[in-house]
Design a protein around this ligand. Structure first.
Ligand code: NDP
Length: 447
C-alpha cells in the first residue's frame, strides 16, 4: 500500500487522467509503492518532477486499421503505439494482436517495459503497441493485409533510432515478416526497425528462445542463491505460445520435469513430463489447440478452463500466458501444494493479491519485469547486430543472454537489500529499473 502523501497524490492523478484503465493503475501502483524508500532518500525525484513525468507516456498514437477480409468485406480495427519513455534509448517493446487490446492494456505494458528495459542495462527506452485484431482463425492472406495496413500508418512514427517494435501475443515470425516487408517497401530502407525478424532478413539467432530461456536462467539464479536448483523439480508452465514453449525447453534441459501446459481453452497434465515436440507440432506447426496433445498421448489428461492449472502440484510455477491469469485463489492453491518458486514469464500474470500470498508464504517470487526481460534484451542484441551488419552465433547470443539474466537477478536483489527489503524482488526490480531512467531524466532538466 502507498503511504507517502506525494505518491498517493500522483496515484490519484493517474486514476483521474486514465479512467477505465485498471491494468495501468495496477502497474503504476506497484511501482510507486516500491519507490517509497527511494523518494525518502532522494527527494529530488519528487522536487524535480521525475515521478510525475515517469507515469505519463511521452506520446500515444492511435489509428484506424482498415483491411479487406477473404469475402471482400472491409474490416476495421484499432491500432495503438504508446511511446512511453525514451530517457535511456529509442522506444522498444512488442506489438500485441489480441481482441482484449485497448489503450489501457498497451499503456500498462509500455510502463512496465520502461523499467524492464532499464534493468537489462542496454540502451533502450520503453514502448508498446498493438491492435484488437485477432489473428486466430484468419487466413494468411487476411493476416498479411491487416499487417500491411497496420504498418502503413505505424511507419510514420518508428525507425531504427526512434522506436523499434517486436512481437508479443499474436505477433510471431509470420506477422513480423509481413510488417517488415511493408516498412521496407514504404520507406525504401533496410534497417533494423523491427526485432524478432526471420534469420534470412536480419533476425538474431536465439531471439525466438530468449524470453523462455531467460526466464529459466533468472529462476535458476534465484534458486541457486537459495541453495537449490531446477534439478529434480516438478514444474508447471501456463500458456503454450512462444514464451511457454521455450521456458519448458530450458526448464527440462536444466533438470526440471514440466507436467502441465495450457492455452486459453484449457490445460493438459502429463505425469510423465510434457512431450515438447508434440506441443511444438500443434502450436508452432499447425496453430492448433492444446487438447490435441491427447491425440498423441491419450494417457495424459485435458481439463477445460485455464485457472485449474494452478491446482496441479508443483515445486516451480512459471506463468507464461497473460496478465492477471493467477489470482489469490490460484496462489493459495499453489502454496497449499508446497510451491517453492514462482517466476513470471508473462507480463503481470499475478494479481497484487496473488503476489501478497506468495510473499507471505515465503515463496521465492521473480516478477515479470526482471524474469522475462531476456526477450527484449536479445532484441537489443539483434539491434546491435543489425547496426554492425554482423550476425553472432547461437552460442554467443545465448551466452550474452545468460550473463544479462544473472546480472538482472543480482541488481534486483542488491537494490532490495539496499533499501531494507531483502529478498523482495518486486521492490528490487522496480527500484533498480527506476534509478537509471530517473537519473537520466534528472540530467535532462524538465523533460
Ligand atoms: P503467444 O501469442 O505466443 O502465446 C500466448 C499464450 O498464452 C497462448 O498459449 C495463448 O493461448 C495463451 N493465452 C492467451 N490469453 C490467455 C488467457 N486469457 N488465459 C490462458 N491462456 C491464455 O504470446 P507470447 O508467448 O509471446 O507471450 C506470452 C506472455 O509473455 C505475454 O504476457 C507477453 O506480453 C509476455 N512476453 C512475451 C515476450 C516475447 O518475447 N514473446 C517478451 C516478454 C514478455 P491461445 O492460443 O488459446 O490464445
Amino acid at each position: 500500500m502507498i503511504t507517502n502523501a506525494y505518491l498517493l497524490e500522483v496515484m490519484e492523478n493517474v486514476k483521474k487522467r486514465n479512467q477505465g484503465e485498471p491494468e495501468f493503475h495496477q502497474a503504476v501502483a506497484e511501482v510507486l509503492e516500491s519507490l517509497e524508500p527511494v523518494v525518502a532518500k532522494y527527494p529530488e525525484f519528487i522536487e524535480k518532477g521525475v515521478i510525475d513525468s515517469i507515469v505519463e507516456p511521452e506520446r500515444i498514437i492511435k489509428f484506424r486499421v482498415p483491411w479487406v477480409d477473404d469475402s471482400g468485406k472491409v474490416q476495421i480495427n484499432r491500432g495503438f503505439r504508446v511511446q512511453f519513455n525514451s530517457a535511456i534509448g529509442p522506444y522498444k517493446g512488442g506489438l500485441r494482436f489480441h481482441p482484449s487490446v485497448n489503450e489501457g492494456i498497451i499503456k500498462f505494458l509500455g510502463f512496465e517495459q520502461t523499467f524492464k528495459n532499464s534493468l537489462t542495462t542496454l540502451p533502450i527506452g520503453g514502448g508498446k503497441g498493438g491492435s484488437d485484431f485477432d489473428p486466430k482463425g484468419k487466413s494468411d492472406g487476411e493476416v498479411m493485409r491487416f499487417c500491411q495496413s497496420f504498418m502503413t500508418e505505424l511507419q510514420k512514427y518508428i525507425g531504427a533510432d526512434t522506436d523499434v517494435p517486436a512481437g508479443d501475443i499474436g505477433v510471431g515470425a509470420r506477422e513480423i515478416g509481413y510488417l517488415f516487408g511493408q516498412y521496407k517497401r514504404l520507406r525504401d530502407e533496410y534497417t533494423g526497425v523491427l526485432t524478432g525478424k526471420g534469420l534470412t532478413y536480419g533476425g538474431s539467432l536465439a531471439r525466438k528462445e530468449a524470453t523462455g530461456y531467460g526466464l529459466c536462467y533468472f529462476t535458476e539464479e534465484l534458486l541457486k542463491d537459495n541453495g537449490t536448483s531446477f534439478a529434480g523439480k516438478t514444474v508447471v508452465v501456463s500458456g503454450s505460445g512462444n514464451v511457454a514453449i521455450y521456458a519448458t525447453e530450458k526448464a527440462t534441459t536444466l533438470g526440471g520435469k514440466v507436467v502441465a501446459m495450457s492455452d486459453s481453452n484449457g490445460y493438459i497434465y502429463d505425469k510423465n513430463g510434457i512431450d515438447l515436440d508434440t506441443v511444438k507440432a500443434i502450436k508452432e506447426g499447425r496453430r492448433g489447440r492444446i487438447k490435441e496433445y491427447l491425440d498423441v498421448h491419450p494417457e495424459a489428461e485435458y481439463h477445460e478452463g485455464c485457472s485449474g492449472i494452478w491446482t496441479v502440484k508443483c515445486d516451480i510455477a512459471l506463468p507464461c500466458a497473460t496478465q492477471n491469469e493467477s489470482n489469490e485463489a490460484s496462489a493459495k492453491a499453489l502454496v497449499a501444494n508446497g510451491v517453492l518458486a514462482v517466476c513470471e514469464g508473462a507480463n503481470m500474470p499475478s494479481t497484487p493479491e496473488a503476489i501478497h500470498t506468495f510473499q507471505q508464504a515465503g515463496v521465492f517470487f521473480g516478477p515479470a519485469k526482471a524474469a522475462n526481460a531476456g526477450g527484449v534484451a536479445t532484441s537489443a542484441l539483434e539491434m546491435s547486430q543489425n547496426s554492425m551488419r554482423l550476425s553472432w552465433s547461437f552460442e554467443e547470443v545465448d551466452e550474452k543472454l545468460h550473463g544479462i539474466m544473472i546480472n538482472i537477478y543480482k541488481s534486483a536483489s542488491a537494490a532490495a537489500e539496499e533499501f531494507g527489503m531483502k529478498g523482495n524482488l518486486v521492490a528490487g526490480a522496480n527500484i533498480a529499473g527506476f534509478m537509471k531512467v530517473a537519473r537520466s531524466m534528472l540530467a535532462y532538466g524538465v523533460c
